[in-house]
Design a protein around this ligand. Structure first.
Ligand code: GLY
Length: 422
């Protein structure tokens, strides 16, 4: 099979690593990819939102399957265009992808189809949003409506901070994504990320993990796209998995099909396990980043047949995926200043060393300069991932590799996995 993989982050590097291991693959092309992905793919300089350019590339390589990594491609309508051009595509249409691209859409969707989620208010102006705070108690949860790379969420303990976050969003901090703001009830409980595949009709749970959204140890600091993950996460008891599948994933797939936009791809259910059962925090129309990294380390089955089955309506014939009975940990090495103002250009050394079979260092935001030196080129720069018989061993292994990498202008959290290890 010839596969076109779209995207350039750590999630896409993890997908490339797993796809390249499939005996079904003859050619794997990534657009635009990153320097780390060059070990698994041919790289082509086509942006993830250049829909016409990607359709042309799919044609050029006679793609049997196009795999969409990031939400920006989903929102740009890449799946719509790729399918219209006659290619199989793993990734939802832009309309189905509104489950991620508009929080206001998703809240109304939850009301319509009975998905449990927090109380909320959708606000079109700063004045309206500030007045709506009266209906909530602290801490206040302020979210930009649109896509903001995980950075459009502020949890404000005080009203003055909440009002400042509202002013920031309407003042253009998140561009068009902040033209509308959603205020939400703060949910008490433990966070979790569950993944479900769907081919438009049939769905299947496809692993779970726990992320660490705040920038600093102890869950302090600003929200980020995710600073580290581990899988499996003990919060996912069999009962919680069953509840999330039935109350959130299956209701979402059924509802979006009734809306006329059957879902093909992976749905990332970010949930809070509360005393009243799981409640939706948000949906994402793609694999989590860095959740995908730990899932790929634990996935024993070949990934490619699952991706193809989603794209071609064949999921009903697929067996449950097989997961290694081991733990995986991902530690994100970010550039100083992330998430607000990550410092670009920091030199990185020591990534190419052989760390052993159960360690993979995925590139998330790197580039090579003219002399071939690897440098930071994004907020989240590297994802150091390790697999071991238990979580403690996987975590220790990952941090040993973090310490062996020389990236003076980077930082990481030192407490990934703390909830499971406390
Ligand atoms: N790690 C959270 C996300 O991918 O949005």
């Amino acid at each position: 099979m010839n596969i076109l993989l779209v995207g350039s982050g750590g999630r896409e590097h993890a997908l490339a690593w797993k796809i390249a291991a499939s005996p079904l693959v003859t050619r794997l092309v990534a657009a635009p990819g990153n320097p780390g992905m060059a070990a698994q793919c041919e790289l082509r300089e086509v942006a993830a939102t250049d829909v016409a350019g990607l359709v042309a590339l799919a044609r050029e390589i006679a793609a049997d399957l196009v795999v969409i990594g990031p939400e920006s491609s989903v929102a740009a309508g890449l799946a719509d265009a790729v399918e219209a051009a006659g290619f199989a595509c793993f990734g939802p249409t832009a309309i189905a992808g509104q489950l991620e691209s508009s929080k206001a859409f998703t809240k109304a969707f939850c009301d319509r189809y009975g998905l449990p989620t927090s109380a909320y208010a959708v606000c079109e102006t700063a004045e309206e949003a500030k007045a709506a705070l009266d209906r909530f108690v602290p801490p206040y949860v302020i979210k930009a409506d649109g896509l903001a790379a995980g950075k459009g969420v502020v949890i404000a303990p005080e009203r003055t901070e909440a009002e400042a976050a509202i002013d920031d969003a309407f003042g253009g901090r998140f561009g068009a994504a902040g033209a509308r703001v959603v205020i939400e009830e703060f949910l008490e409980g433990e966070i979790g990320s569950l993944f479900a595949l769907c081919d438009g009709t049939t769905s299947m749970v496809f692993g779970w993990a726990q992320d660490h959204k705040r920038a600093f140890d102890g869950d302090k600091g600003p929200n980020t796209g995710g600073m580290g993950t581990y899988s499996p996460a003990p919060v996912f008891t069999p009962q919680l998995v069953a509840q999330v599948r039935e109350r959130l994933a299956e209701r979402a797939f059924a509802g979006i099909a009734v809306d006329g936009a059957p879902y093909r791809g992976v749905l990332f259910v970010e949930l809070m396990a509360t005393r009243d059962g799981p409640k939706l925090v948000e949906f994402n129309a793609r694999f989590g980043d860095p959740e995908c990294q730990v899932l790929m380390l634990r996935l024993e089955s070949d990934l490619v047949p699952y991706l193809l089955a989603c794209a071609t309506g064949q999921l009903a014939g697929m067996p449950e995926p097989v997961w290694r009975d081991e733990a995986a940990v991902c530690v994100v090495l970010a550039a100083e200043g992330y998430p607000d103002a990550p410092k670009a250009g920091g030199e990185i050394r020591g990534v190419e060393a052989d760390f052993g079979a159960d360690v993979v260092v995925f590139h998330a935001g790197t580039k090579r300069d003219g002399s071939g030196t690897l440098r930071a080129a994004g907020g989240r720069v590297l994802n150091v991932c390790a697999r071991a018989p238990d979580l403690r061993a996987a975590r220790d292994r990952a941090y040993a590799v973090v310490d062996a990498i020389d990236f003076p202008e980077g930082f990481c959290r030192r407490d990934i996995g703390w909830r499971a290890l406390r």
